[in-house]
Design a protein around this ligand. Structure first.
Ligand SMILES: *[C@@H]1O[C@H](CO)[C@@H](O)[C@H](O)[C@H]1NC(C)=O
Ligand SMILES: *[C@@H]1O[C@H](CO)[C@@H](O)[C@H](O)[C@H]1NC(C)=O
Ligand SMILES: *[C@@H]1O[C@H](CO)[C@@H](O)[C@H](O)[C@H]1NC(C)=O
Ligand SMILES: *[C@@H]1O[C@H](CO)[C@@H](O)[C@H](O)[C@H]1NC(C)=O
Ligand SMILES: *[C@@H]1O[C@H](CO)[C@@H](O)[C@H](O)[C@H]1NC(C)=O
Ligand SMILES: *[C@@H]1O[C@H](CO)[C@@H](O)[C@H](O)[C@H]1NC(C)=O
Length: 670
């Protein structure tokens, strides 16, 4: 009996060696599923089920080998693929715990069999995934059986090799199962690469925060490395509260295991000071953390601070440590210094490309930013610059400077302030680029809030809000403003301010032409508020304009607003043309449009047919034209009261009555 099972184990081992030493996890899954004898077997060792790389390590380790023969245990076995990715030695006993735990039985932490019994942390996330430290248990591959000694044993296959905290070979004392305090104190003897923690350690000692790092339980500790204290004054800003802000009590966060973008309460969370910390992954795959000081005080200003994780997921006795490249909560650079920091950052900086574009355009923009005492920047992410339409523009310094200036606001504007401005309507904010405005919209509350910003026809979403600097804020956005990426039709369709004009153009088939990329349109688009005003002024005409039966007239009216030429007319062009003539004559589908454009108090107004119409949003650029959003349609009296009892005719009695009521109301209000 013994001989037989020994033989079959050997046979299986040979088979595994030959066939799947490099097999992917998927192959392994098939193997286990197909082998019906195995899945039913008890009283057999699961040595033969194990990925061969781990098996050979296990057999060489006498403690592990005898555990498997003699004791109850749980073994976390990395796939062969995980081994291929793994560098450095593997600590077999760190993968074994001396009690059998099925997936359901795994609690928050289990003791490993390594010297000192350092714990392994279990995370069960919302998707039902289970993680051991940073390794995921592959669901269908767990096996449970009773060995020949009658001991219950469980094997879970995981997708990463588990890495315990280890000392450098040169370390003098024995180092096992350190808590976070011992970790900080003995950092120089640990295997942490080039990362040093001397500055932070001395501040921690100075502030007497030892107990925070000694606290039993399972916490997350963020430790800034010396590299992050190059600014000489920075270390003095690390006070007791700042240190609190680097600890997330009673929560263990391994980067692969935890939900990202979920603010966690730090140890600095009380009445006068509230700091949250969240983990997030940048597009390039690099893990970051950010602190958000929601309520600040004199020493701890409000706002977000970002830090890259330089070494993640180091397990300690009372939780997990992540080394970060700069301290959180500390706001001690200007916007300019912040942008300049991406110069030295090599491939790493989230705003590297933005900085390069500024310098390529001559650097004056940066000088301009530096001249502002209060400033907010909408900074496009590296990925945002990866669009083909930018290629032609980027060589044109003047145009590029205008575009960059469109991303700069002379004010300190965080989301809280934007929200105040945004209470009932889309908030309009001037930029450094004269006569160009940004429009903000905030939807949702708290951490679910989505902030969008529109500038020069581009609607961008804020990816990282409120990155705080001494003189303002940086918001990272997902698109470059002012560089068009949709047609006039695409813009009309998606812009919340133009939906009435879009609707009218749809049913009257006026819109059909607007997707034509061979054309250059200049389109004066009445905004929704403008159409609402006509509803007050001419209720029945307004109603009819939006009825399918009268679509011929709606189309006619819209055609008056659409200039078709071989190039577009910006508001600046039109204002300049108006200097030399009474009326600028612009070609339209049927005939022509005669307008004047003037500037009043830094804004453009359109003079048409003895009417003055505000240009609410000039120069919304599209790939096949430009849109100017205006406050009122180009609507004539004769459109309303057409001879021969035409469709749009208002009852004149009605108008008189309405006027009478208005006058009465006005008097009453006075
Ligand atoms: C491991 O255990 C098996 C079964 O008990 C035994 O046959 C083998 O000799 C052991 N290997 C080592 C290297 O101790
Ligand atoms: C910034 O200020 C300096 C000195 O006041 C001035 O010479 C320079 O032209 C300004 N630069 C910009 C871009 O505004
Ligand atoms: C840029 O976009 C192209 C295609 O749109 C994509 O293949 C490429 O990976 C992108 N590059 C970066 C750095 O995002
Ligand atoms: C913007 O307008 C101000 C005041 O109207 C003017 O002083 C400044 O030169 C203008 N800047 C640019 C870049 O046109
Ligand atoms: C940007 O587009 C979205 C979706 O169309 C819209 O909800 C939002 O209001 C727009 N933002 C601005 C500032 O116009
Ligand atoms: C407009 O054209 C683009 C491509 O040029 C196309 O993807 C889009 O679907 C078109 N829109 C409509 C409404 O036809």
């Amino acid at each position: 009996m013994f001989a037989r099972s020994g033989l079959s184990a050997l046979a299986a081992l040979v088979l595994l060696c030959c066939c799947c030493s490099f097999a992917a996890a998927a192959d392994l899954a098939d193997k286990l599923r197909d082998d019906s004898e195995l899945s039913q077997s008890t009283a057999k060792s699961f040595r033969r089920l194990m990925p061969v790389r781990f098996y050979s390590l296990l057999e060489q380790n006498p403690v592990a080998n005898s555990t498997l023969s003699l004791r109850s245990c749980t073994i976390f076995v990395p796939t062969n693929e995980a081994f291929q990715r793994h560098k450095g030695p593997t600590h077999v006993l760190y993968h074994i715990t001396t009690a059998a735990f099925s997936k359901d039985q795994l609690e928050k932490a289990v003791s490993s069999d390594m010297d000192g019994n350092p714990p392994l942390y279990i995370t069960k996330n919302r998707n039902g995934d289970i993680y051991v430290n940073n390794a995921r248990i592959i669901p269908s591959l767990s096996v449970e059986l009773t060995n020949r000694e009658g001991k219950r044993q469980v094997m879970h296959i995981i997708d990463e090799v588990l890495e315990p905290l280890t000392a450098l070979p040169s370390a003098k004392a024995e180092i096992n199962n350190l808590d976070a305090l011992q970790f900080i104190q003995k950092a120089d003897q640990l295997n942490l690469g080039d990362n040093k923690l001397r500055t932070y350690r001395s501040q921690m000692t100075l502030m007497k925060k030892e107990t925070l790092y000694q606290a039993p339980g399972a916490h997350t500790f963020l430790l800034p490395v010396d590299e992050g204290f190059k600014l000489s004054t920075r270390s003095s800003l690390v006070d007791g509260k700042v240190i609190d802000g680097h600890v997330i009590p009673n929560t263990v966060i391994f980067t692969a295991a935890s939900q990202h973008d979920e603010p966690k309460t730090s140890a600095a969370f009380e009445d006068q000071l509230k700091v949250t910390v969240s983990f997030f992954k940048q597009k390039d795959g690099k893990m970051h953390v950010k602190s958000n000081t929601i309520i600040g005080d004199a020493k701890h200003p409000q706002g977000v601070v970002l830090a890259e994780i330089v070494r993640a997921n180091i397990p300690v006795k009372n939780g997990v440590v992540h080394l970060i490249h700069r301290p959180l909560m500390i706001i001690d650079t200007t916007v300019t210094q912040f942008l300049q920091s991406f110069k030295d950052n090599g491939e790493n900086g989230a705003l590297r490309k933005f900085y390069e574009v500024i310098m390529d355009a001559g650097g004056a923009v940066l000088e301009g930013i530096n001249n502002l005492s209060e400033v907010t920047i909408l900074a496009p992410s590296n990925e945002a610059w990866n669009i083909s339409s930018i290629d032609n523009i980027i060589r044109d310094r003047k145009r590029m400077t205008d575009i960059l200036n469109m991303h700069i606001i002379k004010d300190r504007l965080n989301v809280e302030k934007i929200r105040e401005k945004n209470a009932n309507m889309i908030a309009q904010v001037p930029t450094v680029n004269n006569r160009t405005f940004l429009y903000f919209n905030v939807k949702g509350e708290g951490t679910d809030a989505v902030v969008t910003v529109e500038g020069g026809g581009v609607n961008a979403t804020v990816l990282q809000a409120d990155v705080a600097q001494t003189n303002g804020f940086v918001h990272i956005i997902d698109r470059v403003l002012g560089v068009p990426h949709t047609t006039v039709l695409g813009k009309l369709e998606s812009d919340p301010m133009m939906s009435d004009t879009y609707k009218m153009g749809e049913f009257s088939h006026f819109n059909d032409q607007l997707n034509n990329t061979q054309r250059r349109y200049t389109f004066f688009v009445p905004r929704d508020k403008g159409w609402q005003k006509t509803e007050v002024d001419y209720p029945s005409a307004h109603k009819k304009l939006f009825m399918r039966d009268f679509s011929y007239h709606s189309k006619n009216l819209l055609e008056r607003h659409l200039v078709i030429a071989d190039h577009v007319f910006t508001m600046k062009d039109l204002a300049q043309m108006s200097l030399t003539t009474d009326n600028v004559v612009l070609p339209t589908f049927r005939d022509s449009l005669k307008v004047r454009v003037e500037e009043e108090a830094g804004r453009y107004v359109l003079l048409w047919n003895y009417k003055k119409i505000n240009v609410y949003r000039p120069d919304v650029e599209c790939t096949n034209g430009i849109i100017h959003v205006i406050d009122y349609p180009l609507l004539e009296e004769k459109d309303i009261v057409v001879s021969g009892g035409s469709y749009l005719q208002e009852s004149s009695i009605c108008i008189m009555l309405a006027n009478l009521i208005m006058i009465t109301v006005a008097k009453f209000l006075n």
